[in-house]
Ligand binder design. Structure first.
Ligand SMILES: [Zn+2]
Ligand SMILES: [Zn+2]
Length: 94
């Protein structure tokens, strides 16, 4: 199978941050300034539980330019590929 191409969230020109709570612990159980467990897109501020799982759909119906940034792991799991091929790819990249 052809290698699934596309931008990676590990590229240096992509932006993400870990969302922190802006409310007291009494509101959401998380103290102000503590991480919430969500990963946030640095461009559209959509969030997800992992870097491959962020909702980049914006209110105006557009998708931000990081919407198609996915890890190799995600590409192989979701788009489908032979595991052997994936393994050989990551071992030659390290
Ligand atoms: Zn985004
Ligand atoms: Zn954000």
């Amino acid at each position: 199978m052809k290698k699934p191409a596309g931008p990676s969230p590990l590229d240096p020109d992509t932006y993400y941050h870990i969302e922190v709570s802006h409310t007291p612990v009494t509101v959401d159980g998380i103290a102000r300034g503590e991480p919430t467990g969500w990963i946030c897109c640095g461009i559209c501020h959509g969030r997800g539980r992992g870097i491959d799982d962020i909702d980049h759909n914006q209110v105006d119906g557009d998708r931000c330019r990081q919407a198609y940034a996915h890890t190799l792991y995600w590409r192989y799991q979701v788009l489908g590929a032979e595991w052997d091929e994936f393994e050989s790819l990551i071992s030659t990249n390290s």
